[in-house]
Ligand binder design. Structure first.
Ligand code: NCD
Ligand code: ZN
Length: 352
């Protein structure tokens, strides 16, 4: 990476955790990711969820069809793990060449997770097959029991579910997705080289005050929820450490404006419009712009056993304002989307 005060050039980044949705919603948001990233790991929490290889391949085809004609963006597909996912299905997924991971949502943890795993112990045979064929498990790391405080759910997941799981399957490759706490940083740090983590722009840039001080700010609400400042500092330290276990995954998750600004608002922050600019902002604040390229463009590919990208992108120091809304549509029809940091000024801009 070459660096000067005014511009940064780096290998084209990849997004190792992305929600593209489907249909008109997908058509509205996919170009933002394709403009920035060469590849993205596509989350399978559609309704109904993507539980089979056949569904993943059909979804991949719909994504490719929704992209601009000149795009060479590569969607890397995932399967949604349920209590009933078989070892045979994950082998079929691996053999397809297009499924790169399997996602574990604890049942009820987040948007469209009702079909998720009720107890990781129930899927041990499937996890053993994944370890054998080298297919990574991606985990939404929150324990969903009613009596567990929402701010403690990541720690409870580590203690009661993830640590035992990695002990039962020491060779399984695991990505602890969108980590939000010092506890998760320490767990990943202390685990073997087969355990890694993704970090979102919102968890690097903000603590829970952004969501709760001066009113309720639904566009800062996602799951796992933003945590206190000491946790944010641990995440920043991990992201900028140069440790290849920590890499970029936006968790960009669009919901229509009225679904967010509601008495029961949806969890999810849409960041794909400015993802790499948001990460550059966080790394610059930490005085670590020289560590951005490894985090954004190298470590994820290395973990997934894929080649690093050949192309480069350039960010220039330029003030610009995030739009108040972007055109969007969900299953109900057209509805605007509020992008992350709507109306705010950003100081880095990706060159077209
Ligand atoms: C995601 C979504 O909307 O699909 N929401 C979120 O808050 N991150 C689901 C998820 O990744 O938890
Ligand atoms: Zn997600």
């Amino acid at each position: 990476m070459s660096q000067s005060l005014q511009q940064i050039t780096l290998t084209r980044p990849d997004d190792w955790h992305l929600h593209l949705r489907d249909g008109a919603a997908m058509a509205a948001v996919a170009p933002y990711s394709a403009r920035q990233f060469h590849r993205a790991i596509i989350m399978p929490n559609l309704r109904p969820p993507v539980t089979t290889t056949a569904q993943a391949l059909a979804y991949r085809r719909r994504i490719l069809d929704a992209l601009p004609a000149d795009s060479n963006f590569q969607p890397l597909m995932t399967l949604y793990l349920t209590d009933n996912t078989t070892a045979e299905e994950v082998r079929r997924a691996r053999d397809s060449g297009h499924v790169h991971a399997v996602k574990l949502y604890p049942a009820g943890a987040t948007t469209n997770s009702d079909a998720g795993v009720t107890d990781p112990g129930k899927v041990d045979d499937t996890l053993a097959a994944m370890a054998e064929i080298g297919l990574p498990l991606l985990v939404h790391g929150e324990m969903t029991r009613d009596d567990i405080d929402v701010f403690d759910r990541e720690k409870a997941f580590i203690d009661h579910q993830l640590a035992p799981l990695t002990e039962r399957h020491p060779d399984l490759r695991v990505v602890f997705e969108h980590i939000t706490t010092r506890d998760a940083v320490e767990f990943v740090h202390d685990s073997g080289p087969n355990v890694a983590a993704t970090l979102t722009p919102q968890h690097l840039l903000f603590n829970r005050n952004a969501m709760l001080v001066g009113g309720m700010h639904p566009h800062f609400y996602c799951l796992p929820v933003l945590k206190r400042e000491s946790h944010r500092q641990a995440l920043i330290a991990a992201a900028t450490s140069g440790n290849p276990k920590f890499f970029l995954g936006t968790d960009s998750a669009p919901h229509a404006k009225d679904a967010k600004e509601s008495a029961c608002g949806c969890a999810g922050i849409f960041s794909a419009h400015a993802a790499i600019e948001l990460y550059a902002t966080a790394f610059e604040q930490a005085g670590a712009l020289n560590r951005l390229e490894g985090f954004a463009s190298h470590f994820g590919a290395d973990f997934y056993g894929l080649p690093r990208n050949k192309e480069q992108v350039t960010l220039v120091r330029q003030d610009w304002q995030v739009p108040d809304t972007l055109p969007f549509a969900d299953t109900r029809g057209e509805a605007p989307l509020v992008p992350f940091l709507a109306g705010e000024a950003l100081h880095w801009k990706l060159q077209p």
